[in-house]
Design a protein around this ligand. Structure first.
Ligand code: PEP
Ligand code: MN
Length: 368
């Protein structure tokens, strides 16, 4: 993927001493629920933006699909009462029109919208000529191209105050999370669009209050630029995402435990230690490459030998044995089993490729 050229002037960023915080209920449910939740958020946290869904994209029909336009008035009232700007999700041009009518400052595209370029373009067209601030959540599945494409479409409509929102990715096996974090995708987004702020939505990653603190801390440690966390004065009674919302009091406690580390330091001692450690890593990485090259040379020898004896390149039993033994060896060294598994799948993929390339070459030479 090549870097993207976004013409942006983003305003989202942390405060000196605390993270940029977007908080509020998954959905606006009633005038009282909105008012009470915002009141308690203001009491317990330093919330920067109030979030609430008005139109809820639900996976199954029959679930609560949001109150719709009447909820915009409740949000507007809460903003008047507490002076905090608002954010809501828009999923089509009509939603944008309504949100503009109520002067909602921040609009976000949800994970189910980012996957669909038709909807994204419709929203971009409806936003053209406005000065809204727009956030784009990652698509449901880990396709960074779709995520960037959505950001580009919005940006090309003239929207400059933008941010991406990392809310994790659907996976059949995402335990212990509701959505797999796949942090590497946001790091790649950072590489491709360095000036774009990235907010993290720990609520939809965690899916449970117990993990929201640690997911938030990881996001901050990875230099993400803010947090979006679902909070409801009475989570158990919530009409959507009841299992993951926290009370404003709980959110206040979570926030008080988070540490905002500086992304760089000018301390000379720190910098020299950092340099030393990086040099050691450079050395180890160069050794890793040497070892990989050594392995490939043996694989080539093996390939030639198999070819000579007319034996198939891929031997299932041997592959299973490699995978299992390496995972055990890794575990003995306190490495994640998944790390060793992924690493050896990759190494094996290229071992096979080396051998098949060799075989084809030999075959071609024999036929020429
Ligand atoms: C939400 O923020 O409530 C929501 C529906 O999020 P997502 O699009 O990330 O699923
Ligand atoms: Mn939600």
């Amino acid at each position: 993927m090549s870097p993207t050229e976004l013409h942006i002037q983003p305003t989202v960023s942390h405060h000196k001493d605390r993270p940029f915080l977007v908080a509020g209920p998954c959905s606006a449910e009633s005038e009282e629920q909105v008012h009470r939740t915002v009141r308690e958020l203001v009491e317990h946290t330093k919330v920067d933006v109030i979030r609430a869904g008005v139109w809820k994209p639900r996976t199954r029909p029959g679930s609560f699909e949001g109150i719709g336009t009447p909820a915009l008035k409740w949000l507007d009232d809460a903003r008047k009462a507490f002076g905090i700007p608002l954010a809501t999700e828009v999923a089509n041009a009509e939603h944008v029109e309504w949100a503009l009518k109520h002067d909602i400052e921040y609009l976000w595209l949800g994970a189910r919208t980012t996957v669909n370029p038709f909807y994204v373009q419709e929203i971009a067209d409806a936003l053209r000529g406005t000065d809204r601030k727009v956030w784009v959540k990652n698509p449901l599945h880990p396709d960074i191209g779709l995520w960037i494409g959505a950001l580009e479409r919005i940006n090309r409509a003239g929207i400059q105050d933008m941010a991406a929102v990392h809310r994790g990715f659907f996976a059949y096996e995402s335990k212990p999370y509701r959505n797999e974090p796949k942090w590497e995708i946001s790091l790649e987004m950072r590489r491709l669009a360095p000036s774009l702020p990235i907010l993290c939505d720990p609520s939809h990653i965690a899916g449970t209050p117990a993990l929201i603190g640690e997911v938030s801390q990881t996001a901050l440690d990875l230099n993400m630029d803010g947090l979006m966390i679902e909070s409801h004065w009475n989570p158990k009674g919530a009409l959507s995402d009841a299992q993951q919302q926290v009370t404003p009091g709980e959110l206040g406690r979570i926030m008080s435990h988070l540490v905002l580390r500086s992304s760089s330091s000018t301390d000379a001692l720190f910098l020299s230690k950092l340099k030393q450690l990086r040099e050691r890593i450079d050395e180890i990485d160069s050794e890793l490459i040497d070892v990989l090259a050594k392995r490939i040379r043996v694989v080539e020898e093996l390939g030639a030998f198999k070819k000579e004896k007319n034996v198939a390149v891929f031997q299932l039993d041997r592959w299973f044995e490699i995978l299992e033994t390496r995972k055990d060896w890794g575990e003995d060294q306190n490495l994640y089993r998944e790390l060793v598994e992924e690493l050896f799948k990759l190494i094996h993929k290229y071992s096979i490729r080396t051998q098949t390339d060799m075989t084809h070459r030999v075959d071609e030479e024999a036929h020429s």
